[in-house]
Design a protein around this ligand. Structure first.
Ligand code: PRP
Ligand code: URA
Length: 209
């Protein structure tokens, strides 16, 4: 599928296996999510625009490429996407950060919006949307809809674990969005949880239940 990238690097796979383990506690879970975000971000941001900057080395002056912070917006989907933000900011500390607050309705499994704020202007930026879980794809589609309504154009979606249903829905609705997945799992269960998955990502990151 064009624009869908499976990130099967052994370091990512190893850390995802640790996340899945129900014995992994909140502290370790949080660290792993952040580390996976660094590894995924390293690859997903490989086409980030650079511009030549003049730098004086101890020997001479040269033109050398640098990333402009103005070129990247990081947009976590609350709550679980927050766990990935610092990983991406480790790579691009000057990136701006927006937030999209969505919560799935337990019966319909459709997302309900409760907060949205994006950095402005958004049009010229690469936008990295972060959410560890892509299940039905409802939240991902709602987030991308919102970003496009506000002028966002170059959108990358980073999910640690996806269900085939979510990949299909996001790709069909927004084929221009580049989707980076750490793993595509077997299926959704009747509660729209990813199987085998890792459970509720938000609860595991924040220690709630
Ligand atoms: C989870 C997850 C995604 C969404 C994925 O969030 O972090 O945002 O579900 O499911 P979908 O693809 O079926 O929309 P949740 O709604 O549980 O909110 P939380 O992060 O605040 O716990
Ligand atoms: N949200 C989660 O946190 N986990 C799932 O498996 C599905 C949606």
């Amino acid at each position: 599928m064009e624009n869908v990238f499976l990130m099967n690097h052994p370091l990512i796979q190893h850390k995802i296996s640790m996340l899945r383990d129900k014995k992994t506690g909140t502290n370790e879970f949080r660290k792993l999510v952040e580390e996976i975000a660094v590894l995924m971000g390293y690859e997903a941001l490989r086409d980030l625009p650079v511009e030549p900057v003049e730098v004086e080395t101890p020997l001479e002056t040269c033109q050398t490429p640098m990333i402009s912070g103005k070129k990247l917006a990081v947009v976590p989907i609350l709550r679980a996407g927050l766990g990935m933000v610092n990983g991406i900011l480790t790579l691009v500390p000057s990136a701006k950060v927006g937030h999209i607050g969505l919560c799935r309705n337990h019966e319909t499994h459709e997302p309900q919006e409760y907060y949205c704020k994006l950095p402005s202007p958004i049009e010229e930026r690469t936008i990295a949307v972060l959410d560890p879980m892509l299940a039905t794809g409802g939240s991902a589609v709602a987030a991308v809809d919102f970003i496009k309504e506000h002028g966002g154009k170059t959108i990358k979606f980073l999910s640690i674990i996806a269900a085939p249903e979510g990949v299909q829905r996001l790709h069909q609705t927004h084929p221009d969005v580049q989707l980076y997945c750490g793993c595509v799992d077997r299926c959704l269960n009747e509660d729209a949880y990813i199987c085998p998955g890792l459970g509720d990502a938000g609860d595991r990151i924040f220690g709630t239940k």
